[in-house]
Design a protein around this ligand. Sequence first.
Ligand SMILES: N[C@@H](CCC(=O)N[C@@H](CS)C(=O)NCC(=O)O)C(=O)O
Length: 202
Amino acid sequence: MKLYYTPGACSLAVHIALHEVGAAFDSMAVDLTSYTTADGRDYRSIAPRGYVPLLELDDGSRHTEAAALLQYVADLDVSQALIGAPGSSRRLAVLEWLTFVGTELHKVFSPWLWHKETAASTRQTVKDKLAARFAELDARLHRQPFLAGDYSVADAYAFTIISWARLLAIPLDGYPHLTAYLQRVAQRPAVAAALQAEGLQS
Ligand SMILES: N[C@@H](CCC(=O)N[C@@H](CS)C(=O)NCC(=O)O)C(=O)O
């Protein structure tokens, strides 16, 4: 299995999940400014949309979409602790939060972060929407430690995306429970390992 990733991008969530389940995998960094892999290939010949993450399985098949890859990786662990058994309320809750992070956080942040030419008016709209979502998460994380109760792949995804706030100088001071949550997730050995592998933590 090989993960194509860009340091700190949404692919970090999959990187974390691979470490969480103890999977054997290779990784390949991608420069998203030139769409070139670390070994000099044109990334768009591998991933036509030009997006990370991409997971290449041992059978040679290539797969994308962070939420789908997170489900796949979580299922590699026979305990399914990071996602829950099919048909369980735990699994439904994790899928619910994966979808929330993908559609309400990732794709709200994403155009702004990766396309610096985004207009100031759009940035303000994005900020307002994110503020509402952060407030909702802050209230939830006041009541429970992780999004779906126990830690799950949805938390790896949320941690990755919400951490972009720092890159964009969006203060999280007004969300103490969300801030504590980010610290809680960061303390997990798998998260530290993925951050270190991406050169984001010494
Ligand atoms: N729908 C994809 C989107 C992935 C995505 O937005 N990836 C970003 C990095 S976080 C990217 O590769 N952007 C490159 C670009 O916009 O050209 C998913 O959920 O995995």
